[in-house]
Design a protein around this ligand. Sequence first.
Ligand SMILES: [Zn+2]
Length: 383
Amino acid sequence: MPVPRLSELLGQPQVSAFLSGVVAGGRVANAYLFHGPAGVGKGTAALAFARALLCEHRSGAGAAADACGECPACTKSADLQHPDLKFLFPVSGEARELDDAVAETLAAWREDPFFVFSYEKAASIRLSLTRELLRELAYKPFESSRRVIVVRDADRMREDQCSAMLKSIEEPGVSSVWVLTTARPSRLPATIRSRCQAVRFQPLPEALVADFLEQRAGVSRRDARMLAAISGGSLARALALREADPVALRDQALGLVEPALRGDAAGLWKAVQSLGRSRPGRETLRRLLEFQELWLRDLLRARYGAAREDLVHRDREEQIRRQAEGVTATEIRRRLMVLEEALRAIEGNVTADLALFSAMTRAAEPDLEEAGWPGHATARWDY
Ligand SMILES: [Zn+2]
């Protein structure tokens, strides 16, 4: 992927403005921590920032706030080939295959404009690669006045790597800028966090994700809307799902929603059994639940009088309006919360209060007062 410039970053206006300010002002910290949800552009922003810092036209009076895009340094960094641009990211595999694994990832990254980093669960930032990099940092940068080191998913570093990195960050007179990215900043040692300038990224607006999918990834308008709506503002997640057939997933989810809405226990049991026979994995279950939520959110929108263009499933408007008439908003929200609890259970971090509350609301009268519902359960249902 040709690395964009800071001015071309998608949907993070505050981040773009802040980083441009750093570049223009020339007061560059030794380390930055880009944190925020997965798939919202932290890695891309790190590269754009690095590119601006390495650009040959940015020093001197009236320096620009962005990479020029044309000098030899910009050409090299756009291709991830600048000798003073270094990377660390999680890899899995045997020690002797590490170099190949890294080269492969870099090649894929370079060539695929929609490259989405994904690793095995056990992948980590390898100690041998970190050591190699730290040794190199003892020497002067090759071409630029500084080196930029981008560490993706820095939370996958081990304690000893963190200490080694810390030493390097704190060394006086260093000409290195570290840019760490993470979706899980709490997993980084406090010593690292406190030495980095934190830069916070937000989930991307749904409309932006939908437009990107439609205009740049060739997804149909209808599918783009659906994928954007379940992406949670993560472009990477929407891109990862674009191979899936959202309409098929929706129809599968509807096979569960409809008997549930009718109160047809036998029908629901049959649907669940038939689903179980295909032994769905965790990711499939997650999608099914998310598509059920998506449908219920449309019912909620319909109950509140949303116009056709505000419905994600506007191709099924009539069905949505009909179903919405037969169920109260409170009841829809209660069902959404049950789904939310199931999603959290699948992710393995369901909170005790949410699990208990959800179980109790299911046992209690359906139209329990919603004013007392836990905020973290309902936060995602803006409509
Ligand atoms: Zn340049």
